[in-house]
Ligand binder design. Structure first.
Ligand code: HEC
Length: 463
């Protein structure tokens, strides 16, 4: 075969493949993809052999940042040893108990099994108009965000500052958070959410406080007295994606490092602690009682991420019960509940979504995210449409899931390492999130090859 003929054939074949790819894209009603899909964290994870070790690696290594591409990977055993030792130290210094595997075992397993994929997983994506709003410094950690009073709010875990971004003008207001810590120490601003009256609430895992911020008067109300060493973590949310308030007006929090939930009376500041059954297999601190939702009867359903359990507390009786997730080390994380009291539970370590009917008392489905290797951190229900939004934390994307048809629509975020933990909604149909990687600089763009220069709130307007 002459060189020219070979070239022509290659071009024709290549062209045919491109046409095929374009048709595949159109068949699904989405814009065709270009052939060269960049390799993302999810692709790197997908190339690791599935099993309990991989699930523990994902559980231990992805709560802070994406693993693998764009920046968190190594090639040799010695390099992995150095990095894993550093990660264990960060984990220990923050007293988080996130990494379940032994350092040497981890380094060995990663150096043996990690492979750089040749290309990224190509999938049809839907179009959206995306706007990024900068706020706060580069060297900070913005765990969560919420929208209220025409502002999108993020807080710095280490720097103890609250930033409110005007959703129209992008102008940023900055507030010092009155956390009870020594100067220079983190308050640990974690969950940010709102109550139906538009008040902003924040949990502080390090200073063991909860605060309410009034976006009108700009005043903080500080609540102290939470269980020491309990890491007050996460507000119980309801099907409308507000913080749950019980009949007495009480708001509820989980604790990350104790198997308890707390009720706070916002008027009096009184805190009531509810215990849950002891968990076997994992030390209490490492169980990670994490996210919780309230059903229509006021029962609180919670996940234990590392303990791999689903639990339910009935505040009427004060009794809680728990059971194992069907698959070991699946990592149930930030779940959502719908109006039929059905739970949508993201499994961080498997990329699946367990669907649990609380009225029937059983799992009724288990969905697989369309992008292999992805690790979904959170699911939020859009109260305006009933759709569920899932963070594609390893694929730089957000998924919309139609709970009736169980169809996924994928929206890609315009950054590499676009690690997200939450989604918020506004009545006009806008979808909100923020880049929430720790470290922040692991999120990168073409004009920020060394990482984002600021914190970033993201508004996604589906087309
Ligand atoms: C508690 C949060 C946390 C956890 C858990 C964590 N990391 Fe990190 N990781 C960081 C931070 C912060 C940095 C940036 C600072 C640094 O490189 O020391 C980082 C950076 C990295 C880097 C890039 C290093 C470089 O020089 O560019 C790699 C690779 C990495 N992590 C791998 C891992 C692995 C593997 C695990 C699981 C064993 C893990 N991380 C778990 C916080 C974490």
């Amino acid at each position: 075969m002459s060189r020219n003929l070979r070239l022509t054939l290659a071009l024709v074949l290549g062209g045919a493949l491109l046409v095929l790819a374009a048709c595949a894209g159109r068949d699904q009603g989405a814009a065709p993809q270009t052939a060269a899909e960049p390799v993302r964290s999810a692709d790197w994870i997908a190339a690791l052999p599935e099993g309990p070790t991989r699930r523990q690696v994902v559980l231990g290594c992805t709560p802070c940042h994406q693993l693998g591409l764009p920046v968190a990977h190594r090639n040799t055993l010695e390099d992995w040893r150095v990095v894993v030792a550093r990660m264990k130290k960060i984990d220990d210094d923050l007293d988080l108990a996130l990494i379940p595997l032994d350092a040497e075992q981890l380094a060995q397993w990663l150096s043996k099994n990690a492979r750089m994929p040749k290309q990224g997983f190509s999938v049809p994506v839907a179009q959206a108009d995306i706007r990024e709003y900068p706020a706060g410094p580069k060297k900070a950690f913005y765990h969560d965000m919420a929208v209220t009073a025409g502002r999108a709010w993020i807080a710095d875990y280490f720097g103890n500052k609250l930033y409110g971004v005007n959703v129209e003008s992008g102008a940023v207001e900055t507030y010092d958070i009155p956390v009870n810590v020594a100067p220079g120490k983190p308050g640990g601003a974690h969950q940010i959410d709102i109550t139906r009256d538009g008040m902003l609430w924040i949990t502080f895992t390090k200073s063991e406080q909860v605060m309410r911020f009034d976006p009108g008067t700009k005043e903080f109300r500080v609540y102290n007295g939470f269980e020491k060493g309990g890491n007050v973590q996460y507000f119980v949310v309801d099907a409308d994606r507000y913080m749950y308030q019980d009949a007495g007006g009480g708001v509820w929090m989980t604790h990350f490092a104790r198997e308890i939930l707390s009720r706070l009376d916002p008027k009096t500041g009184e805190i009531t602690v509810y215990t849950t059954p002891r968990t076997e297999h994992v030390k209490e601190k490492g169980v990670h009682l994490y996210a919780a939702v309230a059903d229509s009867q006021g029962r609180l359903w919670y996940t234990e991420t590392h303990g791999n359990r689903l639990g339910v507390l009935d505040p009427k009786t004060g009794k809680a019960s728990e059971f194992d997730m069907p698959e070991p080390w699946s990592g149930p994380k930030r779940l959502a509940i719908d109006k039929d009291d059905v739970l949508w539970i993201p499994e961080l370590a498997t990329g699946k979504i367990s669907v649990y009917d609380t009225r029937a008392g059983k799992f009724i489905d288990r969905l697989t995210l369309p992008i292999p290797g992805d690790f979904p951190y959170g699911i939020r229900r859009n109260p305006y449409t009933g759709d569920l939004w899932i963070t594609g934390s390893g694929s730089d994307s957000l998924y919309r899931l139609d709970p009736k048809t169980k169809k996924f629509t994928i929206y890609r975020l315009p950054r590499a390492g676009a690690y997200t933990r939450t989604v918020s909604f506004t009545e006009n149909g806008d979808i909100w999130t923020n880049y929430a990687s720790f470290p922040n600089f692991h999120t990168r763009g073409p004009s920020e090859p060394q990482g984002m220069d600021t914190g970033v709130v993201v508004r996604l307007r589906p087309k």
